[in-house]
Ligand binder design. Structure first.
Ligand code: FAD
Length: 140
């Protein structure tokens, strides 16, 4: 099956806690592994940036489910394309949490001229490189 990559940005629902997000991530990891979906999820300042990689049908179906989840809002698709290889191979759903974007300032300003964290100002490939870099250095 051809490999596809999807990147989106969203904002947490008002009442969502970090514990809730950790629970979403733990369950996601199990389901994604069963669907051969790899990826990463960043949560910072009530913002989500997620990359999903896998077959076209599983990725689309999962994104449809995620879109309907009321634990987040303002979901924006940043990127969807066919790719030759996984950038998150072996990471069924790696999760990183930072209370503030100042915590990843050095990584972020590599890709942005502005220090306020705004994933919508980044293109898909940059989101992937940024998230990969964060996961490699800060995976918890
Ligand atoms: P069910 O749990 O029965 O879900 C049925 C429907 O209810 C789905 O539309 C689901 O989104 C929604 N839902 C489930 N629990 C809640 C709740 N507590 N509050 C509100 N709505 C709810 N899941 C993954 O498997 N992989 C991921 O990579 C992934 N990433 C996510 C990223 C974010 C930012 C968020 C908010 C959720 C993510 N989820 C992910 C969770 C996903 O939305 C589903 O809850 C999960 O996949 C289980 O869905 P289901 O249809 O299999 O089962």
């Amino acid at each position: 099956m051809q490999l596809y990559r999807l990147v989106y940005y969203s904002e947490a629902a008002d009442n969502l806690t970090v514990q809730d997000v950790k629970s979403i991530s733990a369950k996601a990891s199990i389901k994604n592994a069963s669907l051969l979906i790899s990826g990463g999820l960043l949560y910072c300042e009530s913002k989500f940036l997620q990359v999903l990689e896998g077959g076209i049908r599983p990725v689309n179906k999962l994104f449809e489910t995620i879109l309907q989840d009321t634990r987040h809002k303002n979901v924006n698709l940043i990127h969807f394309s066919r790719v030759n290889k996984r950038e998150f191979e072996g990471w069924d759903m790696s999760f990183v949490f930072f209370p503030t974007s100042r915590d990843f300032y050095p990584e972020y300003i590599k890709y942005s001229g502005d220090d306020s964290f705004d994933p919508l100002s980044l293109d898909g490939d940059v989101c992937v490189a940024f998230l990969r870099g964060l996961l490699e250095r800060h995976k918890r």
